[in-house]
Design a protein around this ligand. Sequence first.
Ligand SMILES: C[S@@+](CC[C@H](N)C(=O)[O-])C[C@H]1O[C@@H](n2cnc3c(N)ncnc32)[C@H](O)[C@@H]1O
Length: 287
Amino acid sequence: MDRPTPKARGGTPDQLTAHTRDVVTHYTARHAFREDLFGRQPFANYGYWPSPDLSFEQAGERLTALVAEAAGVGSGDQVLDVGCGYGANAVCYARSYAPARIVGIDITELRITEGRRYVSEQGFDRLIDLQLGDATRMNFGDGEFDRILAVECAFHFDTRRQFLDEAARVLRSGGTLALTDLIPCIGVDPQNYMNGYRASASGVCLDIAANAYNATTYTEYLQAAGFVDIRIDSIVDKTRRPFAQALRRLAISSAPARATALLRVAERIERCCEAGEDYVLVVARKA
Ligand SMILES: C[S@@+](CC[C@H](N)C(=O)[O-])C[C@H]1O[C@@H](n2cnc3c(N)ncnc32)[C@H](O)[C@@H]1O
């Protein structure tokens, strides 16, 4: 079903910061080669790998379930899925947790267009509404949502702290926020963390210095935004590291050009882990 071009909520493209425009450029360019690299599947995350014999799609589902369960998503909830990508997280929430409504926002228009097609194919048109929008300036009412979920995207936001303040505003009192995120490990120099390992295959630096802080500072920002019961747990050994290993296994059975590209991604991820980058699950409740 064709739909009109998505309209931005909370900011038109010309209001985006230079960093956020770079992020959009990256994800738009990435669309053309992600299927060649990782196969046709709707997740755009590293996945959660309790065992190595999963497909990328199964690992993406596991990561999504981990976030939903950490937030306590349940029947009748109003859910906001931030950085919703191609709609795969939202479809998982719809299938498994019977929420009343899911609104997904993403800043990359191509992802919203493709995501709407995927949601429709999966039969969730009436439950899931994907919209173009910026996580740092959300055009929703105060206290509109019971749960806010954000799988693997907050490190992009300009800034993450602004998003945390916005999340606290649009979440009802007692509602929960759960997300996965990339941060420097405690003791790692933020400057080293920003040292260029993270420049993407499309040549864009996807990180900003304003977001290069560890779990201690992250906790302080969550508290300042009005969150309590905060947990930040490292899950890097079940996410980025096994994802890189899965790429290496796939490279063995791939044609040379694809194998080279897969190994390049695996090496970049492994270098980031060695340089002190953590992958964390963050959970908090609005007081
Ligand atoms: C690694 S992908 C994760 C997508 C999806 N959550 C998943 O698990 O498949 C990161 C997503 O964050 C989105 N994003 C980045 N900056 C954003 C912003 N400021 N507001 C909303 N979405 C943003 C990107 O467009 C991209 O789709």
